[in-house]
Ligand binder design. Sequence first.
Ligand code: UDP
Length: 453
Amino acid sequence: MAEQGHRQRPRLVLVATPFQGHINPLLQLSAILHSKGFSITIVHTQFNSPDPSNCPDFNFLFIQDGLSDHDIASLDLTAIVLVLNDRCRLPFQECLAKLVEEQETDDDRIVCVIYDELSYFSEAAAHNLKLPSIIFRTNNANSFLARSVLIEMYAQGHIPLADPMSQEAVLEHPPLRLRDLPISSFGPMKNFFKLMGNARDVRRSSAIIYNTMDCLEESSLTKLQQQCHVPIFAIGPVHKIVPAPSCRLLEEDSSCMSWLDKQAPNSVIYVSPGSLASTNEKDLIEMAWGLANSKQPFLWVVRPGSVHGSECFESVPGGLREIVGERGCVVKWAPQKEVLAHNAVGGFWSHCGWNSLLESVSEGVPIICRPSFGDQKVTARYVSQVWRVGLHLEDELERGEIERVVRRLMVDKEGEGMRQRAMNLKEKAELCIRTGGSSYNSLNKLVELIKSF
Ligand code: UDP
């Protein structure tokens, strides 16, 4: 895509990891840096490639990832990321070398490569071409510290845990319990720890960007900075700083917005498992009954393929459509940021993906946490125990318990307290990105660093 009008801007190359929860914040970071005067080139795999036509301000380059349909169907998420890192190294090196060769003037030279932490293959190519690089971590400081504990325990032979549901406290990282440690449910343990180790390694990169903010994680960020030899910039929530284009991997159903318009303020519980988590049919049926019996209206995202054994919600047996009835609205993919900003939405049943968490607290919406795997478990613990803006639904899903939890959040006094604290966090998040706020200052320092390269 041509970039007329932007030829004289210094160029940044950003490398995406091809999952929705990574593409969104990378595009948001790109929009922020574009607003700071940089020209943006996004390098992406062909697997899960976004539609560049949604992002006219950015240049897109697609590299061969060597993933076949068979690989995608047969590999787990951890294995896919490991394979991508093996197979993208060379194509990226060639792509970057070509970009450097094509530079016309010193003004539009590539100043830096910014890569998602899971696309760590990028660092070697940048280094070979004598370009500085910066890591972008789309998760949070608490999870990073928890991963470090986990890696240490693995090295000492304590993983897998004797009791994966253990309530025992993690002494180095209160308020976590052993059961909250961010273990993956995908593939062999040794692959997971290989990936975690690789993603943790700063290599020769010059800095780390986090999509988080002091008002949520000040002490963990301080701890992290003490352990790290390069500067850390916490600049989040990135989706709130400048308007950014979105590239959805699934088609969005915005009809739910007119459904929301008909609901009373703060009455709707929005339910979404994000882009990767899935559930089984039994849990889906318990959720449907629990939500219906709670008497609260609900907007529910059921992605195609997110229920094991069923292609989509309509194909699930058990008369679920009737259970859901008038009070519920089910979609395959929602405009989540707009949904959470709608005044009818009073609660979010979330898997606690980090983007979802940031989007929820940025709108003052309290949360029912139902984490599925990895970092989500850490975030759920912080939501319920530290920030106290939600409830953690931990045990087996059962309709009576779901009904009670929904009412505790949406109707009871307890939920009112959580909503109030969520509103306070929303205000604090706004202050973080406003002139003089911690994220605002971090962003300016990041831009200064990039300009100094
Ligand atoms: N999302 C969306 N519509 C949906 C569900 C999710 O737009 O119906 C977006 C959501 O706003 C977030 C991203 O998908 O930006 C999911 O990222 P997150 O980190 O929350 O979870 P992940 O999908 O990575 O587990």
